[in-house]
Design a protein around this ligand. Structure first.
Ligand SMILES: Cc1cc2nc3c(=O)[nH]c(=O)nc-3n(C[C@H](O)[C@H](O)[C@H](O)COP(=O)(O)O)c2cc1C
Length: 193
């Protein structure tokens, strides 16, 4: 295989999102590890809330199709998501829900099957969004994504990033570097041939 392709995004659309910072950092580490990275912002994929009647009438909306097409083109997923009320954000769940829907004649869950994911979170709170990661791991696992055991939850996230986007704590920075490197390595090994 050539370069393992990584799709990186945050579960927050906020301009000053700490999870976007974490996603950007992980994207640059994935690139340094030899991955071919596509960093996207879910704000650029404004999908309506999933509605079965809307799908029956007009199929998956254009932005959902665009997001789903990107998932299909990448073997690795790197997701940094905040925790909202102890779970994942509505924006992230809605995007996953639309992308999980098959188009006519398509095998089920084609956008997720055989993908490898690394999940991360950042929150101003003390748990760093850890409870959301439990749900995200479960959701992705149930749609056939292999989720790496490594993960990181950055607490006090509003104070954790330097101006240049790096993590101030060298242990956290090293952890992100190592787990991102592992994602690239696992994708390379699983998809070799
Ligand atoms: C609706 C809502 C629910 C939230 N629930 C939680 C929560 O359960 N746990 C937590 O640590 N932070 C919670 N937060 C705070 C977010 O972690 C915080 O806004 C964070 O900065 C969002 O991530 P971002 O910086 O990437 O946008 C919540 C925020 C919102 C808007």
């Amino acid at each position: 295989m050539t370069e393992p392709r990584m799709l990186v995004f945050a579960g927050s659309t906020r301009s000053a999102s700490t999870n976007k910072k974490l996603a950007r950092l992980a994207a640059s580490e994935a690139e340094a590890a030899g991955g071919k990275v596509t960093l996207i912002d879910l704000r650029e994929f404004p999908m309506p809330l999933y509605d079965g009647d809307l799908e029956a009438a007009s199929g998956i909306p254009a932005e959902g199709l665009r997001f789903k097409a990107l998932l299909k083109e990448h073997q690795g997923l790197l997701i940094a998501s905040p925790e909202y009320n102890s779970s994942i954000t509505g924006v992230l769940k809605n995007a996953i829900d639309w992308a999980s829907r098959p188009e006519p004649g398509e095998p089920s869950l084609i956008a997720f099957k055989r993908k490898v994911a690394l999940i991360m979170s950042a929150s101003p709170g003390g748990l760093g969004g850890l409870r959301g990661l439990v749900h995200l791991r479960s959701i992705l696992g149930n749609i056939d994504v292999l989720v790496l055991p490594e993960q990181i939850a950055i607490s006090k996230a509003h104070e954790s990033f330097a101006e240049d986007g790096s993590l101030k704590d060298p242990r956290q920075a090293e952890a992100v570097r190592k787990m991102t490197q592992r994602l690239v390595d696992v994708v390379r090994q699983l998809h070799a041939s």
